[in-house]
Design a protein around this ligand. Structure first.
Ligand code: SF4
Ligand code: SF4
Length: 419
């Protein structure tokens, strides 16, 4: 296996690009919250470099600063030299991984296993259901309130990547695409109804949809937590499973996965990743393009819909109005955006589980905006963000429904047979 770009010299050369201008600071949510250079992109870049050069030993404080990075990549977007921050961060986490306490590594491994292994997910889902079934005033519930944030999450949630398919779905003569749907591995844990919605909408757009029997993990969580060996194996499994079948496109339903899959050729230099990069597309990008020629009909929705643009969506589409474009065929719909639209909601990567306090703090501004609005819905295409928003909104007993934009499309779709 060849995992590219992680030699010490490569990383030092990548950190050399940083001119320490500080233009990224105001775009970084952790720096904005802590006002501490060590919580900034520039500070983290300097730390990773110093570790690679053996000038700094990874202390617990230093590990915390690297762990608290949300991986939102706002810094890379704002950076005038387009720093490859993602690679620098991955390498920092890779070389410091072994320095974490045994308990921390165990917690991380359990989280990754829960999300990436189907049998562990089934067991976790069973346990979560049992937990939810208990009376709210039971002793167990009181004890469990001290448990990780994961237990409070709801069980049910309602580069510029231009795909180049073997058959081009975006020309007028192309019909009946065979599209494989790739849900996030967390989606069956949290009963995400997004997959059936995507099937309905794509079928209305003339596509044949296929689900593989088992959700495959794209490896993003392993990559971002420094377990590059497992990440490489998962990338290969993922590409081979889809690549061995005759699909015109592989559509990711979660932008976290889509952003990671778009990096595959740079992470694993094998033919299967080249195939994937030619066939992979994020679901909103695919549907928005197909809608341009098929023009399906929708029932009116005279409601305000708050649009959340996840950090990972920015990495798969450079169109800031993608979600509005996707939903605008619904008559009567109105859109609102967050004032700090570019800022991460705090759910980045596994932070919603591992840095719950910080995640709670970072979302409060957005929750206040939502509560003071007339919105009936919040749409977001990242499952981690959706869970984080829904947990917070239910805490404040808000009636705003949280869903993926494709769910809203499916809900409003008028198809033959509708009265
Ligand atoms: S904007 Fe880019 S070059 Fe400037 S400090 Fe941040 S990472 Fe370094
Ligand atoms: S990825 Fe996000 S949280 Fe991490 S340093 Fe960059 S802007 Fe800050």
């Amino acid at each position: 296996m060849q995992l590219l770009g992680f030699s010490t010299q490569d990383i030092i050369a990548a950190t050399d690009e940083c001119v320490m201008c500080g233009l990224c600071l105001s775009h970084c949510p952790t720096y904005s919250a802590a006002k501490n250079e060590a919580e900034s992109p520039r500070g983290r870049i300097a730390m990773v470099r110093a570790i690679h050069e053996d000038r700094l030993q990874p202390s617990q404080t230093l590990l915390n600063h690297l762990d608290q990075c949300l991986g939102c990549m706002n810094c890379a977007e704002a950076c005038p030299v387009q720093i490859d921050y993602e690679r620098i961060l991955d390498s920092g986490r890779l070389i410091t991984n072994a320095r974490h306490t045994f308990l921390y590594r165990l917690k991380q491994s359990l989280l990754r296993a829960t999300l990436s292994r189907v049998h562990v997910r089934m067991m976790a889902k069973f346990l979560l259901r049992m937990y939810r079934g208990m009376k709210a005033d039971s002793l167990f519930m009181k004890l469990a309130a001290r448990f990780p944030y994961a237990l409070r999450l709801p069980l049910l949630i309602p580069g510029l990547h231009e795909p180049s398919f073997t058959r081009n779905p975006f020309t007028s003569e192309m019909q009946n695409l065979r599209v494989a749907l790739a849900p996030s591995c967390a989606s069956d844990l949290f009963s995400d109804p997004c997959i059936s919605s995507a099937e309905l909408v794509l079928q209305a757009l003339g596509c044949e949809t296929v689900r593989l029997p088992q959700n495959l993990c794209c490896g993003a969580l392993h990559q971002h937590s420094g377990d590059l060996r497992t990440a490489g194996r998962l990338i290969r499994n993922f590409c081979n499973a889809y690549g061995s079948q005759d699909f015109d496109a592989v559509a990711s339903l979660a932008t976290g996965c889509a952003a990671h899959i778009s990096r595959y050729p740079a992470l694993l230099n094998e033919p299967c990743t080249t195939w994937m990069s030619r066939h992979h597309v994020e679901i909103c990008v695919l549907i928005a393009r197909l809608q341009m020629q098929h023009k399906p009909k929708f029932r009116p929705l005279p409601e305000t819909v708050f649009v959340h643009r996840p950090c990972t969506q920015k990495r798969v589409s450079n169109d800031p109005g993608l979600t509005e474009k996707l939903l605008s065929p619904i008559p009567g719909i109105r859109f609102e955006k967050f004032l700090d639209d570019a800022m991460c909601c705090g759910a980045g990567g596994m932070n919603v589980f591992t840095q719950a306090k910080l995640a709670d703090q970072l979302i409060q501004g957005k929750i206040a905006e939502l509560k003071s609005s007339q919105a009936g819905y919040l749409v977001t295409s990242n499952i981690g963000c959706a869970l984080h928003f829904q947990a917070q909104l239910s805490k404040s007993k808000s009636a705003i429904k949280v869903c993926h934009p494709v769910q809203l499309l499916a809900q409003q779709l008028l198809y033959s047979g509708h009265a």
